[in-house]
Design a protein around this ligand. Structure first.
Ligand code: AMP
Length: 481
């Protein structure tokens, strides 16, 4: 199948040829003929399959006939997130560059005034998130009775985000005679019900769900057994920083995925404090911040992006060298999506997953889906803890190096007597000072020693002043060692 055989408008074809696509993807080959014929389409396909072009190309072709009227857009595309909506708008610019069409992007975080002006003039294509669209409608600035084609993109994400009642309402505000192009990666019962209610005899087109991962991606899992349940999150953050550092120069840029929004800001702060060049992306952030963050990540000024699935889904971010799952994704397909961000176009990539004991069940599901087991790597922190423990038990010379109570610890800015890089010498001393007391050692003999990871609180870096007259107790002497 070629694009020429699809009956697209010659100007659309020209733009597609310039985009350099060799042939239609399976979803395009299947959906475009039905969409051009005016039939409703139910497309079951995920991001990365070329589904955006499978609805934009026939839409532009159909829109070349007819004209937009003031406040009455001719077509409507609903997207779950602002980023996805902005990306669909970019697709329209690319494929519609030789066709005179007007479009408006209605997303939150952007002033109503500019959007109102565009709508007033009349638009061919309205690309919107459900909430913002309804806001405009309720302000009486917009009529949906002229909609000829309506697209619902990523319907299952809409469901996850609680947008289904809004979608139902929007369907009811548009004419019954509209054509509907409906896309979803999965078909949970609520989505099936929606399609049964609002689609008329749709052509069902389906491409296999993403279950395979690129062979160029090295996948590893790092299991973390927290010493105490309440320390689990902190230890995970320690491991994350250590993993990122351990990658050294090979880490060009990375996306760190978190399952929960609130973890994103905590992980962001922890990486920022540790000196990483970091940005955060989640649904609650202001639109201008989200755009600036994405731009920063694309141009390399942000090296590590901490993100949620919802914010990162569908985004066309150029290949990254590393993907880190701070949490094991609960839905196995999300794992495939996440790690699909790296190892693109035959390049090497690495995907690291941090796994707590309670997340093993999700990991098992992932391994089943991708039909391979993910090789385990030891926690870099565990290695450091062993080194530190050995240093603490080593004979006098090593102990002296690690710092004593009666000798102030080396300051970070002081030259190192051992000739080691300053930071390392200071950190060794810090590690030694973080060794538990004798009583603790007895109690936690078998527990992994994790210390405070790379984070050294400022108070630990202060010089310790010991009054000469006070003779240290046995315990204190032991602790100092
Ligand atoms: P989508 O699934 O719509 O998010 O598309 C994913 C990526 O595939 C985008 O970067 C598109 O530019 C690209 N793409 C779309 N159609 C084709 C095609 N026929 N051949 C090659 N790449 C394509």
């Amino acid at each position: 199948m070629t694009f020429e055989a699809l009956n697209l408008d010659p100007n659309v074809l020209r733009a597609v040829q310039e985009a350099g696509y060799p042939a239609p993807t399976p979803i395009q080959a299947q959906a475009i003929p039905h969409a051009l014929a005016g039939r409703d389409v139910l497309g079951i396909a995920q991001t990365g399959t070329g589904k955006t072009a499978s609805f934009t190309l026939p839409m532009i072709t159909r829109l070349t006939k007819g004209r937009a009227r003031a406040r009455m857009p001719r077509t409507l595309i609903l997207c779950p997130t602002r980023e996805l909506a902005a990306q669909v708008a970019e697709n329209f610019d690319t494929y519609g560059k030789y066709v005179k069409l007007t479009k408006a992007l209605l997303i939150g975080g952007v002033s109503f005034g500019d959007q109102d002006k565009l709508i007033d003039r009349g638009v061919d294509v309205l690309i919107a998130t459900p909430g913002r669209l309804l806001d405009h409608f309720e302000r009486g600035k917009l009529m949906l009775s002229g909609i000829e084609i309506m697209v619902v993109d990523e319907a299952d994400r809409m469901l996850d985000m609680g947008f289904i009642p809004d979608i139902e309402r929007i369907f009811k505000l548009t004419p019954f005679t509209r054509q509907t192009l409906f896309f979803s990666a999965t078909m949970p019962p609520e989505i099936t019900r929606l399609t049964e209610q609002f689609l008329h005899n749709p052509a069902r087109v389906e491409v296999a769900p993403a279950s395979s991962t690129a062979t160029t991606v090295t996948q590893r899992v790092c299991r973390v057994k927290p010493t105490r349940k309440e320390d689990a999150d902190r230890e995970k953050r320690d491991v994350l920083r250590a993993l990122l550092r351990a990658e050294g120069e090979t880490l060009k840029n990375a996306i760190v995925f978190c399952n929960r929004k609130r973890d994103i800001s905590v992980v962001f702060k922890s990486l920022d404090k540790a000196g990483f060049n970091v940005g955060a992306l989640h649904g609650d952030l202001d639109q201008s911040v989200r755009t600036a963050t994405l731009d920063g990540f694309r141009d390399g000024s942000i090296r590590v992006l901490v993100a949620s699935d919802v914010a990162a889904r569908g985004l066309d971010i150029p290949s990254v060298s590393h993907v880190v799952n701070f949490d094991v994704p609960i839905h196995s397909e999300d794992y495939v999506h996440r790690i699909g961000r790296t190892g693109r176009a035959g390049r090497e990539g690495k995907a690291l997953t941090i796994c707590l004991p309670h997340e093993e069940k999700y990991l098992e599901k992932i391994e089943k889906l991708i039909e391979k087991s993910i090789e385990a790597v030891a926690s870099p922190l565990a290695e450091r803890a062993v080194e530190a423990a050995e240093a603490a038990h080593a004979p006098a010379e090593a102990k002296a190096k690690a710092g004593r109570r009666d000798a102030p610890p080396p300051r970070r800015d002081a030259p190192s007597k051992s000739g080691e890089p300053q930071g390392r010498a200071a950190r060794k001393a810090d590690d030694a000072r973080q060794q538990p007391s004798r009583d603790h050692r007895r109690r936690d003999r078998d527990a992994p020693v994790v210390g405070l990871g790379d984070h050294v609180p400022a108070f630990l870096l202060r010089e310790v002043v010991i009054r000469k007259a006070v003779k240290p107790s046995d315990d204190e002497a032991d602790e100092a060692a």
